[in-house]
Design a protein around this ligand. Structure first.
Ligand code: SAH
Length: 246
């Protein structure tokens, strides 16, 4: 992975980035730069939009509530990140925030909430998920912000599964073996990870998941973890094994 400048302030912007572009910075981003960090004209920040790499930009035309960011040089080119979709039964509030932040830090490309039989959270706030993903990407030098998809039923996600994508199923009832050895046998290419809700999967649902040809069950060891812990453990294992070249 390219070394990134971890001292400079990084900002996500939703506009195209190229040399000499002038962007108006206002609202909460301007407030943060000008009032919280007390940055002045001539100061520099790093900008990324998830598509055009990371750019050094200089602050100009400072006014009370806005400034201009003049895009100067490319500091890191956009790299194709891991192709891993994270399917998860949504949790409530702060634990969902945590899960989204950690999954972003570990490089997932898409966040897909799935409603399972024992899912407790009834509404999923996609805006809040997106804001958490952006903040984690800003802080951790990530160049791609994961896509945030609307919640769908788990069975629908499985019925319309994309050809060639392997689904690693975090199955708390799978016999505990070596997750590292299991992951060594996973086909290279597009991957997905499924983590269940606090109550786990019910028997019928588990049988349905296991019957799909693209599914590989994964045990994370003999102890049952909370869903947010299981997600972090599974993504760390994936990053350290099949994800090493991503
Ligand atoms: N209430 C359930 C546990 C659910 S834990 C029970 O007691 O059986 C929440 C989710 O985390 C599970 O659905 C699974 O996807 C994942 N998980 C937790 N511990 C795991 C383990 N040791 N191996 C694989 N997945 C695990």
């Amino acid at each position: 992975m390219a070394i990134h400048d971890s001292k400079s302030q990084r900002l996500f912007v939703d506009t195209p980035l190229a040399g000499e572009t002038r962007l108006v910075c206002d609202g909460s981003q301007a407030n943060y730069l000008l009032n919280v960090l007390r940055m002045k004209a001539g100061g520099t920040v790093l900008l990324f939009n998830g598509r055009d790499g990371e750019w050094l930009a200089r602050i100009d035309d400072v006014r009370k509530r806005d400034c201009v960011l003049v895009v100067e040089t490319l500091s890191r080119p956009q790299a194709a990140g891991p192709d891993i979709v994270y399917l998860f039964a949504p949790l409530k509030h702060t634990r969902l925030d945590y899960m989204v932040q950690k999954a972003t830090e570990m490089g997932v490309s898409r966040l897909q909430p799935v409603i399972t039989h024992r899912t407790i959270a009834d509404r999923v706030n996609l805006e809040r998920m997106r804001a958490n993903a952006v903040e984690a990407a800003e802080q951790c030098g990530i160049l791609s912000v994961p896509m945030v998809s609307a919640a769908i039923k788990l069975s629908h996600a499985l019925d319309r599964w994309e050809d060639g994508r392997t689904l690693l199923f975090c199955d708390e009832s799978a016999p505990a073996g070596s997750a590292v050895a299991d992951l060594a046998t996973i086909p290279k290419g597009p991957t997905a990870l499924l983590v269940g809700p606090e109550g786990g999967f019910d028997e019928q649902e588990r049988a349905d998941v296991l019957s799909r040809p693209f599914v590989r069950p994964l045990s994370l060891g003999p102890r049952i973890m909370r869903a947010d812990t299981a997600a972090v453990a599974a993504l760390a294992l994936i990053n350290g094994t099949i994800g090493a070249g991503w």
